[in-house]
Design a protein. Structure first.
Length: 200
């Protein structure tokens, strides 16, 4: 029987695995796990890891990427930040730091290995999850995941309505969005209809 969600979330928010028992290099700053969850939520966002702005505030998607994601979903902030309507659970709960080029490092692997199976079991009412980026798609779609993110997102009808794979809403993907206009034309209208059904 899965553990109750409340105590599980408390333990996750106190987690220090990436500092005290890291796979390799410890997290370069103090951990600050960021997630949002409730047993009542029927919709979820499974993303990568918090960015630096989210690390500073402790509020998920509290940055320009979040603005774009809310637009994609057709949700106002008050709906987006209502845990009874929407769970937000990244693959890595803490900001992983920057790489040599100034981009965010990949999500820490310790998080998914330690917590993800138990957390998914504690959220039995999730009907649809938006898989933001390749890391979440690889974990949740398993063998259904394609060789590239573009191929996976193009195959969205195979996964919907349980999953909607999307690119990351970062400005770094502006070129991808211009090259793939079908995403906004085909995927987003279906996603918005599903979001509306599950949140209102």
């Amino acid at each position: 029987m899965p553990r109750a969600l409340g105590p599980l979330l408390k333990d996750i928010r106190a987690c220090r695995l990436c500092m005290e028992a890291p796979d390799k290099t410890p997290l370069p700053h103090e951990p600050r796990p960021v997630l949002q969850a409730s047993k009542q939520a029927r919709l979820a966002i499974f993303g990568q890891a918090p960015g630096n702005l989210v690390h500073q505030t402790g509020v998920p998607f509290n940055d320009p990427s979040g603005d774009r994601l809310r637009e994609w979903m057709g949700l106002a902030s008050e709906e987006f930040y209502d845990p009874k309507k929407l769970a937000i659970i990244p693959m890595g709960f803490c900001f992983p730091g920057y790489d040599a080029k100034g981009g965010d490092l990949p999500p820490r692997k310790e998080c998914a290995r330690a917590w993800r199976d138990e957390l998914m079991a504690a959220l039995p009412n999730i009907e649809t999850a938006i898989l933001v980026g390749g890391y979440a798609q690889k974990w949740h779609l398993k063998d259904g995941n394609r060789k590239t993110l573009t191929e996976t997102v193009k195959a969205w009808r195979e996964f919907a309505p349980q999953y909607f794979p999307t690119p990351h809403p970062s400005w770094r993907n502006n070129v991808w969005l211009k090259k793939n206009p079908w995403f906004e034309a085909d995927v987003l209208p279906a996603l918005r209809r599903r979001v509306k059904r599950l949140t209102r």
